[in-house]
Design a protein around this ligand. Sequence first.
Ligand SMILES: CC(C)(COP(=O)(O)OP(=O)(O)OC[C@H]1O[C@@H](n2cnc3c(N)ncnc32)[C@H](O)[C@@H]1OP(=O)(O)O)[C@@H](O)C(=O)NCCC(=O)NCCS
Length: 194
Amino acid sequence: MLAFLRGKLKGYSPAALLYTQVEPLVFWVVNGLPSFPGFLLRHLVCKLLFRRLAGFIWIQPRVELVNAHRISCGSNVAINTGSYLNALGGIVLGDYVLIGSNVTISSGQHPIDGEGPEIFQRPAVPLEIVIETGVWIGAGAVIMPGVRLGRGSVIGANAVVTRSTEPFSVNVGVPARKLRSRTGFTNDTGGSAH
Ligand SMILES: CC(C)(COP(=O)(O)OP(=O)(O)OC[C@H]1O[C@@H](n2cnc3c(N)ncnc32)[C@H](O)[C@@H]1OP(=O)(O)O)[C@@H](O)C(=O)NCCC(=O)NCCS
């Protein structure tokens, strides 16, 4: 266990090490709070910890954010309950991004080639994920490291997104494939929200 811990902690400065311990504690305190006080407190914590937060972020209870200092976020972003975002390699969120419940967005990957050492022992490689303005991610989707979700693209429920998506495309399945485009409809200039 000690050897494992030593390996994990290698390369961390004391300040970085302290951050890895404080961040989960802070989120633990605010994560379960319901209703508006909960939204407000989570927003304030994100304002403090994110690399950049341009406007309000609506985070439902029981969302897990790891390496929050590597998240850069626009305004009017919502994350639904049970979702897990790990910004090891950086996560960039545009404006008006909607993330459904139980979505996984993890920007790191363990190298797998070769028989040794065990994957468990190999440090994760950081790979940035970019989610552009207007993207909607359906419930249960998994967004793989290094992927860019193009402006206004939609990810269907339970999709596993292994490749970047085209702007205004609808993508479903495992692995996710383009189902259709969102463009060419009569309400392109602004459909009614009612
Ligand atoms: C991706 C989505 C927006 C597509 O909507 P749509 O364009 O109206 O698609 P349709 O319902 O007309 O379905 C078109 C085809 O795609 C398939 N499809 C739709 N959603 C799918 C999904 N998530 N995974 C796999 N296939 C899907 C349908 O079965 C259908 O296939 P068929 O032509 O062989 O019958 C929608 O299905 C979806 O997954 N929404 C997410 C809902 C959600 O997670 N809500 C909570 C989070 S806020």
